[in-house]
Design a binder for this molecule. Structure first.
Ligand code: ATP
Ligand code: MG
Length: 223
């Protein structure tokens, strides 16, 4: 079992959307559960809105102290994704999530104000725990000339932070999916959904490979 924390102290960067849709892609091949520790309960509401049952479990637990028991799930699930609150005030919750995480995904959107909270999250919460991590670019608009390239260069050469090679484009289908509780793996393949299906599928495959390379944590479990 591998535990993946989706974290960023900047709000609204796509943590919940990414957690839910990557969980759906991983559920094509593995047993997956999403744990929602965010008092906003976006992931939980996503599941409640679902007309078609989601291909993974969603469990709400707003008491981070319970996360120490997460390894009890090892026989039931291959991947646990944790959706976290996004604010500088939630340091204790994020710390508790990262204490039990084997890997951390840090979503960002291509807007200047995300850089400070991103660096702070990594420096103060992720690196001290030696949790392997990658930044994931979300809400990319390929019609904006140079946007993707500039942000990839900033991460690679300026900030020198590991990132996913793939990225997630802005798409109406991702933004709307919360309303009917749907996920990319349930989208029918149309011009409007194609980018989202392709982007999440690509990033999920990269995530599977990254997780395979992460050694099982001695103290945290055996699988
Ligand atoms: N790739 C995308 N394309 C279009 N809209 C997106 C995309 N990713 C996220 N959004 C939209 O951006 C908003 C914020 O996304 P989301 O709720 O997933 O972020 P979050 O980081 O979980 O926010 P919070 O910090 O409040 O928990 C939502 O309205 C969501 O629909
Ligand atoms: Mg959220």
């Amino acid at each position: 079992m591998k535990v993946i924390g989706v974290a960023q102290q900047k709000g609204g960067v796509g943590k919940s959307s990414i957690t839910i849709n990557l969980a759906a892609c991983l559920a094509r091949t593995h047993r997956v559960i999403v744990i929602d520790v965010d008092p906003q309960e976006t992931s939980t509401q996503w599941a409640e809105n679902a007309t078609d049952e989601l291909p993974f479990e969603v469990f709400t637990d707003l008491d981070p102290a319970n996360l120490v028991r997460i390894r009890n799930l090892a026989n039931e699930y291959d991947y646990v994704l944790i959706d976290t609150p996004g604010s500088l005030a939630d340091t204790a919750v994020l710390g508790a999530v990262l204490d039990v995480s084997d890997f951390c995904i840090l979503p960002i959107i291509p807007e200047g104000p995300v850089v400070g909270p991103l660096r702070r999250t990594i420096r103060e919460l992720v690196e001290p725990r030696n949790v392997p991590y990658r930044v994931l670019l979300n809400r990319i608009d390929r019609r904006i000339y140079g946007q993707l390239e500039d942000w990839e260069n900033l991460l690679d050469d300026g900030l020198k932070l590991p990132r996913f090679v793939g990225h997630i484009r802005t798409s109406k289908s991702v933004a709307d999916a919360f309303l009917d509780g749907s996920v990319v793996t349930q989208f029918s393949d149309t011009r409007g959904t194609r980018n989202a299906i392709s982007d999440f599928t690509t990033v999920a495959q990269e995530l599977r490979e990254a997780l395979d390379a992460v050694p099982a944590h001695d103290l945290k479990g055996t699988n």
